[in-house]
Design a protein around this ligand. Structure first.
Ligand code: B12
Ligand code: SF4
Length: 472
């Protein structure tokens, strides 16, 4: 049967220590299937992995009417590597239309015109992409008029105001039947995993985060508990998954919903993980989550000192609140992850070093250290543009020159250039993980061979991220 829509998740050169299902593509697929389209999902990170040339061969073999591709900002260079080949395949008639969607085109829709592509979709893709498929494949409606569609055809470029999915409960569950569900893994779990999202949006305004855009702020949308529990049951019963990662940006924002989901999860007996903020948890909630199988919780500490965190990172959370949250998580038997960003504007090297003492004092199970990357549509991006640290043409250069580096916020006046910032990252990792206390703790908690393999995966992934890249 010929494929109407081939949805592609590009091969990522980073993040080899975690592989989650591409939920966004799976939502698009189930929505399109409901409309009668034949859909296939190609996740180029699943075995056999499909880096650029192999991916092009696959597209040529499948010959879909539409290729839909998701684009993260870090993947722009990888995309640039296959773009000439993709354009040639189109000319050769291997597929009909290329449509780009996902995070980068949502934050920076101008990219479609800048790199000479024809179609894009901004933000939630279910309604807009379905309408675009109706227009391109069934001749229903004018494709250039669809809300949320970015077009660059016949010498005309348009970015139509998007419309977010108002009611998430009306969406079909993600089309996991189109995914290789055995391929996904999460180093926190030794079980078969999947992911699930309960809400879309984030009401906070962290200066470094793409989540803090107008669109997200104005648009918190939650699913009903019955829908979340029905999807969890499907994941467990149909796909045999025992560990679920909730990928909501701030899982505990709606505490009532979390308590309700916890009630249902206790019956299902699944393990699960999530990420949230320290100012939207409390001891009782974490205890309920622990009882309901929560195995891991990640908190964004983000900046080293309260001064930097509150005045520059836009995150008004005190060190004290972090201490409470990590302690409550530990008392509830939940593994904790501290996510740290260093190198904020005005942050001196000595302040960045304080990050390490803060993190050690919180005693998380895992810690993840990253320099401050500049992502489009963030407050840090606007600041970096105003200061001449980056120019708006950088993103299309990433595509044209196949650059795989999202820029970091450099401050040469404090000796904080890219090289030094990476050096900080390496040093933090060594000093956090290579402590006898930390090593024995990791090995004591879970000692199955698969757990140890998972920890090795994290270590190898971090090594690759901070060491190999630098050497290249
Ligand atoms: C889960 C997750 C991951 C997972 C899995 C990613 C995956 N394959 O989906 C892992 C852990 C691997 C990951 C890694 C990273 N992530 Co991440 N991740 C997320 C998270 C929390 C949820 C994604 C999700 O499932 N959303 C739910 C689905 C339903 O929404 P969606 O993916 O946006 O898809 C919808 C639309 O975007 C659109 N759409 C998507 N694709 C397409 C394609 C077409 C053709 C069309 C028409 C529409 C369309 O339609 C979908 C349905 O409405 C988001 C934050 C968030 N809540 O979105 C961050 C987020 C996507 N990650 C982000 C980042 C920065 C990263 C990392 C760079 C982190 C790091 N420092 O290492 C890496 C980079 C990954 C890479 N490829 O290089 C940023 C992206 C910023 C950007 N400009 O690209 C986000 C937005 C977080 C943030 N707030 O800053 N991530
Ligand atoms: S860092 Fe987290 S809380 Fe802050 S804006 Fe982004 S998603 Fe929201």
């Amino acid at each position: 049967m010929s494929v109407d829509v081939l949805l592609i998740n590009l091969h990522s050169v980073r993040n080899k220590w975690v592989l989650h299902p591409p939920l966004g593509l799976a939502y698009l697929a189930s929505t399109l299937e409901r409309e009668g389209y034949v859909v296939q999902i190609l996740d180029a990170n699943c075995p056999p992995e499909l880096p650029g040339p192999l991916l092009l061969q696959e597209i040529a073999r499948i010959r879909p009417a539409i290729v839909g591709m998701t684009l993260f900002t870090p993947d722009l260079g990888t995309f640039g590597g296959i773009l000439p080949g993709l354009k040639k395949l189109k000319v050769d008639g291997a597929y009909g239309h290329l449509v780009l969607g996902g995070h980068h085109p949502s934050y920076h829709p101008e990219i479609i015109e800048e790199i000479g592509c024809e179609w894009g979709v901004q933000w939630d893709g279910e309604a807009a992409f379905t309408a675009l498929c109706h227009a391109l494949l069934r001749g229903i409606g004018d494709p250039e008029d669809i809300p949320g569609v970015i077009s660059n055809v016949g010498g005309r470029s348009r970015i139509n105001t998007h419309r977010l999915t108002p009611d998430l409960d009306n969406l079909p569950f993600p089309a996991r039947h189109l995914l290789d569900n055995d391929a996904y893994f999460n180093p926190m779990s030794s079980q078969k995993i999947s992911s699930l999202i309960m809400a879309r949006g984030c009401p906070f305004t962290c200066s470094f985060c793409s989540g803090a855009t107008e669109t997200s702020k104005l648009s918190m949308r939650y699913r009903h508990v019955d829908s979340v529990l029905a999807e969890l049951r499907e994941i467990k019963e149909v796909y045999g998954v025992d560990y679920v990662e909730f990928v909501d940006e701030t899982f505990t924002l709606n505490k009532k919903l979390v308590y309700e989901v916890c009630d249902g999860l206790s019956d299902l007996g699944m393990k699960w993980g999530c990420q949230t903020r320290a100012d939207v948890v409390d001891a009782d909630l974490l205890m309920a989550m622990g009882r309901a199988g929560c195995d891991k919780i990640a908190f964004g500490i983000d900046a080293s000192t309260e001064r930097v965190r509150m005045s520059v990172a836009g995150k008004r959370i005190s060190d004290e609140l972090f201490r409470d949250s990590f302690r409550w998580a530990s008392e509830a038997g939940i593994k904790s992850v501290a996510n740290i960003i260093f190198g904020f504007p005005g942050e001196r090297p000595y302040e960045a070093y304080r990050t390490l003492s803060l993190v050690k004092s919180l005693n998380p199970t895992f810690a993840n250290f990253q320099p401050l990357y500049i992502y489009p549509k963030t407050e840090i991006y606007s600041r970096a543009i105003a200061e001449g640290k980056i120019d708006p043409g950088y993103w299309s250069r990433m595509v044209h020159e196949e650059l795989d580096m999202v820029p970091v916020y450099e401050q040469p006046e404090y000796g904080m250039d890219t090289h030094r910032l990476k050096g900080f990252g390496r040093s933090f990792i060594w000093r956090f993980y290579l402590r006898p206390h930390q090593i024995s703790r990791l090995l004591e908690r879970d000692r199955s061979p698969r757990d140890i393999l998972n920890y090795a995966r994290i270590a190898a992934g971090m090594y690759r991220y901070y060491f190999q890249e630098e050497a290249a």
